[in-house]
Design a protein around this ligand. Structure first.
Ligand code: HDE
Length: 692
């Protein structure tokens, strides 16, 4: 007979198996209950017929727990599945009263609560944070007149002109359907096959291949509403508007090799960066700016503003800053808030209206529809993160997961039985009374949408030389992953339509000798003047605020040098993280044990904007034989970062084969390190890697 172990009975309050003493969990005054409120006496053991016998179907506690667990996931977003969000507020600093009746844009110094979610587009919910990809930039304003969602991206234009092509675009960029890879990457045949057959995507391709798709931090990227919207004032007059978010910390991007290495070292890099900043009280902030223009002004633009592959250069319509958004609180629960938040471009307030951009028009349908499938109920608007913070009432009733308990017998309108019930109001939303052109119904792409190359060229010509080189290198990288030569060649033909030199550089990088023909339509492209605000270099103020500097130390590091450097960096507004060979810390020259933030092998220099290497001679000799230390300095150098060194640090650089240049600074000269650390050393790059 098997030995009967003294298994705990379900009524026993403590944990334990087999009668052995277990470490019990921390005691708490809050009883654990089932979802029906029943206090649970044993959260460790299933109910069994005998101590070694079968589990009983009767165990409703187990069944409830497992059933709920089985249903924990909901369908991830079709696109933008990977993201992170935060709460905050929007504050208007300049009233747009002349242009709109929307209170959120007319009442100054009112704090409107917001929830913002940033995302990548192509990867699944569990993919990495730093692929080359467009970033979503979606903001829900909980205004006193209802929720307004500004659902934008970090790039001001889009791949396609008509919503009809969106499922094709997304199918092409996502994992190929037969093999299930590549995840979160556009560098594969189906994407470039589609793109090479869609010349309208060329402007967006220039942005997608630029460093804009490698943001250093979500806190350091711009956001754009992309489409033209309308503002409508009290008199019903309308002005077109484009929305722009501009980060207070300036714009900054990673270099490609750095982004690739971060993907391995910390797949949650952006999520963690936002978390650490907000939890540390370093609240990210953006200015909201608008471009306002009339129908008549738009008629004079050399492009159609309803075409979402076009932007309005700031030189044509300047930006007016109207407010600021501060994100100051992380969600309490990722799923309940960030995952369940449901954005929709159709969520507007009286005084904000749509344009006829055909991409926007398609989006007005798509988002509500996708939420019904993703959140599974027409009542998803009742979830706390989605519910308006102003009162809302209508006669919609019932449905899956109804959270409200409406009172009374009236659920229809008109009615005479509920005189206090909800009724339409003259202050409510009214569509702008737009006069439509005479025309014929049909599936027609307007002639004014036909130029696909002028603004692509304008963007490329607006970039600084290192940015142009990165863009060309990105094209070579992506097209080198494409297996079908005809796709590479077709893409090259389009590049000729944008810029012959760019096409030649990419052809050289791909080893293509015979240039394919240039598309005929490209000859109609009109040369546009460069627009400096489109570049990244120079859009980051020379400052360290919001940045993070990593200092590699070890036993024997000079305590005084460390203190001077650290104080100077912190004074400049950056965070310092200390890294040592052991997580227990390093015993400094003054014999004090210095706690550290990271262990060398798990804290590579890709996590930092600049680094310092402060080592005593013995430690430097030892680390010269340590791959993680060599990689630490080689990567920092290769990613064009400033490196502060003392004599030991210099020794390590020498062991890594690094020649000193203007970005290598003596650690004792903390004052020289600060300005140097606020920029990358672009001049170093041509000596390090082949740029097309
Ligand atoms: Fe989206 N998009 N999109 N999109 N989009 C979604 O809605 C769609 C487009 C954007 O953090 C989906 O809730 C269509 C442009 C962001 O939750 C879906 C078209 C821009 C987010 C959808 C576009 C965006 C989405 C998937 C072409 C920049 C994430 C999950 C007509 C202006 C919001 C969801 C978040 C999400 C449809 C094009 C931005 C399927 C049909 C252009 C930031 O409804």
């Amino acid at each position: 007979m098997p030995r009967q172990t003294a298994r705990k009975s379900v009524s026993a309050p403590s944990t334990g198996n087999g009668g052995e003493t277990h470490q019990t969990a921390m005691p708490s005054a809050t009883p654990l209950t089932t979802n029906q409120g029943l206090p649970v006496s044993d959260n460790q053991n299933s109910l069994t017929a005998t101590p070694r016998g079968p589990v009983l179907l009767e165990d409703f506690v187990l069944r409830e727990k497992i059933t709920h667990f089985d249903h924990e996931r909901i369908p991830e977003r079709i696109v933008h599945a990977r993201g992170t969000g935060a709460h905050g507020f929007f504050e208007l600093t300049r009233s747009l009263k002349k242009h709109t009746s929307a209170r959120v844009l007319t009442e100054k110094n009112v704090r409107t609560p917001v929830f913002a979610r940033f995302s990548t587009v192509a990867g699944g919910a569990g993919s990495v944070d730093t692929p080359r990809d467009v970033r979503g930039f979606a903001v829900k304003f909980y205004t006193s007149e209802g929720n307004w969602d500004l659902v934008g991206n970090n790039i001001p234009v889009f791949f396609i002109q008509d919503a009809m092509k969106f499922p094709d675009l997304v199918h092409a960029v996502k994992m190929e359907p037969d093999r299930g890879f590549p995840q979160a990457a556009s560098a594969h045949d189906t994407f470039w096959d589609f793109i090479s057959l869609m010349p309208e995507s060329m402007h967006m391709i220039m942005w997608a291949m630029s460093d804009r798709t490698l943001p250093r931090s979500l806190r350091m990227m711009e956001g754009f509403g992309v489409h033209s919207y309308r503002l409508v004032n009290d008199e019903g007059a309308s002005t077109f508007v484009k929305f722009h978010w501009r980060p207070k910390l300036g714009l900054q991007s990673h270099v490609w090799d750095e982004a690739v290495k971060i993907a391995g070292a910390d797949p949650d890099y952006h999520r963690r960066d936002l978390w650490e900043a907000i939890q540390g009280g370093d609240f990210p902030e953006w200015e909201l700016a608008v471009q306002l223009f009339t129908e008549e002004e738009a008629a004079a633009f050399p492009f159609d503003h309803l075409d979402p592959t076009k932007l309005i250069p700031e030189e044509t319509v300047p930006l007016t800053v109207i407010g600021r958004m501060v994100l100051d609180r992380m969600p309490d629960n990722f799923f309940a808030e960030t995952e369940q938040v449901a954005f929709c471009p159709a969520n507007v307030v009286p005084g904000i209206d749509f344009s006829n951009d055909p991409l926007l028009q398609g989006r007005l349908f798509s988002y509500l529809d996708t939420q019904l499938s993703r959140l599974g109920s027409p009542n998803f608007h009742q979830l706390p993160v989605n519910a308006p913070k102003c009162p809302f009432h209508n006669n919609q009733r019932d449905g899956h997961m109804q959270m409200h308990i409406p009172k009374g017998r009236v659920n229809y309108e008109p009615n005479s039985l509920a005189p206090e019930g909800p009724r339409e109001t003259p202050e409510g939303f009214r569509s702008h009374a737009e006069r439509l052109d005479d025309g014929v119904k049909g599936r027609v792409r307007p002639e004014s949408f036909a130029d696909h190359y002028s603004q692509a060229a304008m963007f490329f010509h607006s970039l600084e030389a290192p940015e142009q080189a990165h863009l060309a290198a990105a094209l070579v990288f992506e097209l080198s992953k494409v297996e079908t030569p005809a796709i590479r060649e077709r893409t090259l033909g389009h590049l000729r339509g944008i810029d012959e030199d760019l096409a030649q550089r990419v052809a050289n990088g791909l080893g293509i000798e015979k240039m394919p023909a240039k598309p005929e339509t490209a000859s109609a492209a009109k040369k546009q003047p460069a627009s400096p605000p489109l570049r990244l270099i120079g859009k980051s103020p020379p400052m360290l605020a919001g940045r993070c500097i990593g200092l590699l130390i070890a036993d024997g590091t000079d305590a005084a040098v460390l203190k001077t450097l650290r104080d100077a960096i912190e004074k400049a507004g950056a965070k310092v993280k200390l890294i040592a060979p052991k997580i227990s810390g390093a015993k400094l020259s003054n014999d004090r044990l210095q706690p550290v933030d990271g262990q060398l092998a798990g804290t590579p220099s890709v996590f930092f904007d600049a680094v310092g290497v402060l080592l005593a001679t013995d430690a430097a000799n030892e680390l010269a034989h340590e791959a993680a230390a060599i990689d630490f300095v080689r990567d920092a150098f290769g990613h064009l970062k400033t490196i502060a060194v003392d004599a030991g640090g210099e020794h390590l650089l020498h062991a890594a084969g690094i020649q000193p240049d203007e970005g290598i600074i003596a650690a004792a000269k903390a004052t020289a390190f600060i300005p140097a650390a606020s920029t990358r050393h672009w001049s170093r790059e041509p000596g390090l890697r082949t740029l097309p």
